[in-house]
Write a protein that binds this ligand. Structure first.
Ligand SMILES: CC(C)(COP(=O)(O)OP(=O)(O)OC[C@H]1O[C@@H](n2cnc3c(N)ncnc32)[C@H](O)[C@@H]1OP(=O)(O)O)[C@@H](O)C(=O)NCCC(=O)NCCS
Length: 179
């Protein structure tokens, strides 16, 4: 089964595998922040134990055949996570998702990480499509995908529930880069 590398390196960032001991840093960087998690499929964490368990599950997923691989993003020279990028590999398609701590927005970090993951994926002979979606009201995320060279393909109506916003499924923009 195809698996991404344990580390991705960009000009300013390292993406590495998560572990439960990252819980405190992840909690304060983004996981407890309603703004950073607004468009995600989970609500902000309120206690460290639950986040530790979640990170344990994400770490274990690297060892399973499920195709779900989450990285934590750290600035080079630091092992402190400031965000996350991950992918799901489904045959020839790779779905990507990401989040970054609010204190680090607007520096091009997410674009940098997305390009690294996308470059790895499209270099694999078996992968033909890297894609992601974002909420129609999340222009920063749409811009990240555009800057990474992804092309807007359309709108998935009622595609995703953002529980922080409410229980109703919301419309999403679809972006992809194919070869
Ligand atoms: C979306 C997110 C990942 C962007 O991360 P980032 O590292 O700040 O992104 P970058 O700096 O690489 O690029 C952001 C771009 O969006 C633009 N942008 C930011 N807010 C914007 C807004 N309200 N409207 C339009 N563009 C906006 C920035 O100007 C920048 O574009 P530019 O370089 O052309 O100026 C970050 O805001 C985040 O984690 N948000 C919360 C979680 C989330 O929404 N995840 C994505 C789920 S699909």
């Amino acid at each position: 089964m195809l698996r991404p590398p344990d580390f991705l390196e960009t000009a300013r960032l390292i993406a590495r595998r998560p572990c439960p001991a990252d819980a405190e840093a992840v909690f304060s960087a983004y996981a407890s922040d309603p703004a950073a998690t607004k468009f995600l499929s989970w609500t902000p964490y309120r206690d460290l134990a639950a986040l530790r368990e979640f990170l344990g599950q994400r770490a274990a997923a690297w060892e399973s055949e499920g195709g779900h691989y989450a990285y934590l993003l750290c600035e080079k020279g630091s092992n402190q996570p400031i965000g996350s990028i991950g992918c799901i590999i489904d045959q020839w398609k790779v779905t990507v998702g990401y989040v970054l701590g609010r204190a680090y927005w607007g520096r091009g970090y997410t674009t940098e990480a997305l390009i690294a993951l996308q470059t790895w994926a499209l270099a694999q002979p078996s992968i033909f499509r890297v894609w992601a979606f974002c909420d129609v009201e999340n222009p920063a995320s749409a811009r990240v995908m555009e800057k990474a060279g992804m092309v807007r393909e359309g709108i998935l109506k009622r595609w995703h529930v953002c529980p922080t916003i409410g229980p109703e499924a919301r419309d999403c923009l679809v972006y992809a880069k194919v070869k």
